[in-house]
Design a protein around this ligand. Structure first.
Ligand SMILES: [Fe+2]
Length: 416
């Protein structure tokens, strides 16, 4: 993240003697990306290293398997994540639905908080949550971030965390990447500020609220995700949230989707204008995350607000519909619908959506959808995703065209 922050207490000069507790040497840890070359933070533990395990590592009580469904045909998918059951905590209950070599998308619908003495750490992927539903707190060694509907939570690989719920349940879309997830570099100037023409403002991020160090002894369990899906449980003899302070550019933060300030155009705006985050080196690898927020449709006297059919051969596209006001798929999607359009296929608005959209020219839509486009990375659907698919989706364009919607749309437009 381009904002470099400093919280708590630590020495002015890195890696010099410091005593957060009198006569107890504080211990420094660097949490870094891209080897020693990317964004990093310097963390100062009050008395223990994060390496001090008191029991041998054991296999975790769950895994996060990404098993591909046995499907041989190329097809678009519509996965009804709203129909997936609620249960477990946010980590043990996370269900991958599509995945590739560097990217995993999952749904988590927890009913419980992370147990008090247990923690999760993704050792292989950076994470971006989108909160569809629920309230609570993301607790990390960097501090706490309040959770609410419409919030993105960006959690760097290697962050130790818990998710505490204050609502009865929650509903998260979870996007994982091998590469750091950041604001797109082309939105930022040479000083790291968001340019004035960008749809995001770097100071509108919600950094973690620093908490006093937990200088406690006991048995603290850390479930680390690694090797594609496995969970290994470590046992530390001290509380992992034991920082006297930290400083740097790598830390979890929140970003409200309402702070994606949509950019409108006289004619249709292509997705790169809706980009909020990216991972890797788009458009050569990694992915782009776009927020389709409420904004004015094109106002050209002959604009067609619905998108064109598109065949983006180097991207697999997934889209999560937070509400049902997305014109191109109205009548097909539900709240929580997740579409997966492989790059090997073109896709388009359904049925008469283009004709219907003429009536929305110059009007503000209430849509909210999150899109992730991979770059040169094919995705596969998991067994779990396949189980909740809309079996008729591949034929939905044809069926929608055959329906009476065209007549209704013409009537709505021309008042006949
Ligand atoms: Fe698309």
């Amino acid at each position: 993240m381009s904002l470099i922050l400093k919280r708590g207490n630590l020495p002015t000069t890195p890696h010099t003697e410091f005593y957060a507790i009198p006569k107890v040497l504080s211990l420094e840890e660097v949490h870094g990306t891209y080897g020693f070359s990317g964004a990093f933070s310097r963390k100062l533990h009050v008395r223990s290293y994060p390496t001090e395990q008191i029991r041998p590592p054991v296999k975790g009580s769950y895994d996060l398997a990404t098993k591909a469904a046995a499907v041989d045909t190329l097809q678009p998918y519509h996965i009804l994540t709203g129909n997936m059951p609620y249960g477990e905590d946010a980590l043990a209950g996370r269900k991958p639905i599509v995945f590739g070599q560097n990217t995993i998308l999952s749904i988590s619908k927890p009913t419980k908080s992370t147990p008090e003495d247990s923690f999760f750490r993704n050792g292989e992927k950076h994470e971006a949550y989108f909160v569809q539903e629920g309230t609570g707190t993301l607790k990390t060694e960097y501090g706490n971030i309040p959770i609410r509907k419409g919030l993105y939570l960006l959690i760097p690989k290697g962050t130790t965390y818990q998710i505490e719920l204050t609502s009865k349940n929650a509903y998260f879309l979870v996007m994982e990447s091998s590469y750091p997830i950041t604001f797109p570099p082309h939105y930022l100037n040479q000083e790291g500020q968001a340019k004035m023409m960008a749809p995001v403002v770097e100071t509108e991020i919600e950094p973690p609220e620093f908490q006093p160090p937990r200088d406690e002894k006991g048995e603290f369990l850390i479930d680390i995700k690694h090797a594609g899906r496995k969970i290994t449980r470590l046992t530390l003899g001290h509380h992992p949230f034991d920082l006297a302070g930290w400083e740097g550019a790598l830390y979890p933060f929140g970003f409200d989707v309402k702070n994606h300030h949509g950019i409108a155009r006289e004619i249709h705006t292509a997705p790169p204008l809706h980009q909020t985050f990216q991972s890797g080196n788009v458009p050569y690898n990694g992915f782009s995350i776009c927020s389709f927020v409420s904004q004015m449709e094109g106002w050209h006297p002959k604009d067609i607000p619905a998108p064109y059919a598109h065949y983006n051969v180097d991207s697999d596209e997934v889209m999560f519909f937070s509400n049902t006001h997305y014109g191109a798929r109205k009548g097909v999607i539900q709240e929580g619908s997740f579409t997966f359009h492989p790059g090997a296929l073109p896709h388009s608005p359904q049925g008469r959506a283009a004709l219907k959209s003429l009536a929305t020219r110059g009007k503000v839509s209430n849509r909210l959808a999150i899109m992730l486009d991979t770059m040169f990375e094919p995705l596969s659907i998991t067994d779990h995703g396949y189980k909740y698919r809309d079996k008729e989706y591949a034929l939905s364009w044809h069926k929608a065209t055959l329906s009476t919607n065209g007549k209704e749309a013409t009537e709505a437009l021309h008042g006949t």
